[in-house]
Ligand binder design. Structure first.
Ligand code: XMP
Length: 377
């Protein structure tokens, strides 16, 4: 491999003779590695030089400008009278989407929070609290936990669970949005990586994501899409969230699957098993947050469907084990299991068994991805 005539070789590695070259006369700068990934030393400097020196960009993009521009675009798109509905899940993408549209059109936004009952401890209340007092629109929380549990009665197969949850979600959301007269727009928290994925090359990934969450909604409901986060990456969405004064814990919330705790309860989901997992998950998260270690990418509890014998005091117990799952990752495509200090594991174990009736053993998942996945279902 050689550089084109007239170009200058600017980087090589032991394995690659040409890792980068430049040809300033023709304004060509080329690299054959990934400057954008976090473990490339000086990668960001390289990109900064390219954007500012080679492309002569002024670098005046700020989050403040972005907000102003987005507000203008949203107003232009939905006009003077357009009513917009938006599904809010508690995740940072949907919250930021709703927050910025609220800034643009106020009460003509109708945020709908379908509470499927599978959120973590107190999470639903926190979403409502975060909204109240900060925004002009009224967040409607639909408490549909019973409907979801009824629909999932007797179901253990993970794919069926997901499908049922997706179907019920659409039912609840459609029923609620029908109450909004003249709704013509649906706001979605599509991010730039989703745009890339759905542009062709990554079709498969797109299908996975929409199937997990609220795929199919827009077409059925004949609404035009409003997607104010289309140009942003996740870290930029978080900056936007802070700028829009959303609470920090929500902005930095760890990734959480759309179907929630339902895919962390292996086997049948019952109100009792949900109570057990929710309570134990709270302890696992609290204790890991206190550990002297880098915060894992995701850390949570899983409730398997087996029971085993134990002893507590002088009583025989027959209960579920709880599995601690904590992983470090950059993008959830691969992950390594987190080395939680023994003393924190010990505390988790004694607290969970002492405080959560129904659990009599605590285990640690030490599987990386691959071959494991992050979630158990
Ligand atoms: P896995 O388990 O496949 O998960 O290693 C990779 C990432 O995706 C999240 N995940 C989901 N997110 N709906 C979602 O919105 C889902 O059904 C779903 N399943 C997994 C998981 O938490 C991890 O961050």
């Amino acid at each position: 491999m050689t550089v084109p005539r007239g170009a200058r070789l600017t980087a090589h590695t032991d394995a690659t003779r040409v890792a980068a070259f430049e040809y300033p006369k023709k304004n060509i700068y080329a690299v054959q590695f990934h400057p954008e990934v976090s473990h490339t030393p000086w990668g960001i400097d390289l990109l900064r030089n390219f954007v500012k020196d080679a492309c002569q960009a002024s670098g005046d993009w700020t989050m403040g400008n972005f907000i102003e521009q987005s507000i203008e675009n949203i107003r232009l798109q939905v006009g003077e009278a357009g009513e917009v509905i938006c599904a809010v899940s508690g995740g940072v993408d949907s919250l930021c989407t709703a927050a910025i549209i609220d800034r643009a059109i106020g009460h003509r936004l109708h945020p709908i929070f379908v509470d499927h009952g599978f959120l973590r401890m107190d999470e639903g209340d926190k979403v409502v609290e975060a909204w109240k007092g900060h925004f002009k629109s009224r967040l409607v929380r639909v408490r549909a936990g019973k409907q979801f549990l009824d629909a999932l009665k007797g179901v253990s197969d993970p794919e069926r669970k997901r499908k049922i949850i997706g179907r019920e979600f659409i039912r609840v959301f459609e029923a609620e949005s029908r109450k909004v007269r003249d709704a013509a727009y649906l706001a979605q928290g599509t991010l730039y990586p989703d745009v890339i994925e759905s542009s062709g090359i990554g079709m498969h990934a797109h299908v996975i994501k929409s199937h997990h969450n609220v795929g199919g909604l827009p077409k059925r409901m004949k609404l035009s899409l409003v997607e104010p986060l289309r140009d942003l990456f996740k870290d930029e969405v978080r900056r936007l969230g802070l700028e829009l004064e959303l609470p920090r814990p929500m902005v930095y919330r760890q990734p959480f699957p759309g179907p929630g705790l339902a895919i962390r309860i292996i086997g049948e989901i019952t109100a009792e098993r949900l109570r057990i997992l929710r309570q134990a998950d709270r302890i696992v998260r609290d204790e890991i947050e206190m550990a002297e270690m880098e915060r894992p990418w995701q850390y949570f509890a899983v409730l398997p469907a087996v029971k085993s014998v134990g002893v507590m005091g002088d009583q025989r117990t027959y209960g579920y084990p709880l599995v601690i799952r904590a992983v470090s990752s950059e993008d959830a495509m691969t992950a390594d299991w987190s080395k939680i200090p023994y003393k924190n594991l010990e505390k988790i174990s004694s607290r969970v068994i002492g405080e959560v009736p129904g659990i009599n053993r605590v285990c640690l998942d030490i599987t990386s991805k691959p071959p494991g996945t992050i979630e158990w279902e």
